[in-house]
Design a protein around this ligand. Structure first.
Ligand SMILES: CC(C)(COP(=O)(O)OP(=O)(O)OC[C@H]1O[C@@H](n2cnc3c(N)ncnc32)[C@H](O)[C@@H]1OP(=O)(O)O)[C@@H](O)C(=O)NCCC(=O)NCCS
Length: 181
């Protein structure tokens, strides 16, 4: 079953196959790809493969993987992607990510999404911990995580394959008991 989410300025709709072109466009932006391991897709089929696990998961009664298309409420413009994974009842741990169209950067949208995903994980999924990773040079995303109340827990050396190089990653997390900004 699909699970829409809403924040102050944004509407998050779980993807359908109709979102393929929008996501292909988003993943094809070199600025979006800069710190990402996904790489620029060679065709919409590559994007379809990336989206398939989240689309398939919508059929499961117990959900573990969500991918939303993010729209600005005021004018209905597509601004990007948000994702969330749930480890299940033993570890009660979530993972999240977000990617925005470059023309939408710098307006606080990613922070609003990150806070919304954290609330979703703790309040609706009853998780204990939510994690995210970020390339150590991705200063904008690091700032987003810290504004959302996540804490840096460590550095994983040369773990991200990005355009033929091994790149370091910071591991961030927030616990259900941590203060939320
Ligand atoms: C990372 C990303 C999601 C940020 O989105 P956004 O909507 O611009 O983020 P916000 O506006 O909520 O916050 C960005 C913060 O980073 C700061 N920032 C931006 N670029 C920066 C830089 N080069 N150095 C330091 N801080 C920077 C902004 O000033 C802002 O902080 P502030 O509110 O204290 O001024 C967006 O740049 C993006 O989609 N990047 C490509 C995909 C990506 O890297 N996703 C994250 C994967 S971990």
């Amino acid at each position: 079953m699909k699970h829409p989410l809403e924040t102050n300025r944004l509407q998050l709709e779980e993807i359908t196959p109709d979102h393929l072109e929008l996501f292909f466009k988003l993943h094809s932006c070199p600025e979006v790809d800069e710190f990402n391991t996904m790489g620029i897709p060679t065709s919409t089929e590559t994007t379809a493969e990336i989206l398939k696990p989240a689309l398939d998961d919508q059929l499961n009664e117990t959900r573990s993987k969500y991918c939303w298309a993010v729209y600005r409420k005021s004018d209905g413009v597509f601004i990007g992607e948000a994702g969330f994974s749930n480890s299940g009842p033993k570890y009660k741990c979530g993972g999240m990510h977000y990617l925005l169209m470059p023309e939408q950067w710098g307006q606080g949208y990613a922070t609003e999404i990150a806070k919304g995903l954290i609330e979703f994980g703790f309040m609706e999924l009853n998780l204990h911990r939510i994690e995210a990773g970020v390339a150590t040079e991705n200063l904008a995303s690091i700032r987003v995580m810290e504004k959302a109340g996540m804490q840096r827990e460590g550095r994983r050396r040369k773990i991200l394959p990005i355009r033929g190089e091994w790149v370091d990653n910071y591991h961030y997390a927030i616990l259900e008991s941590d203060p939320r900004n």
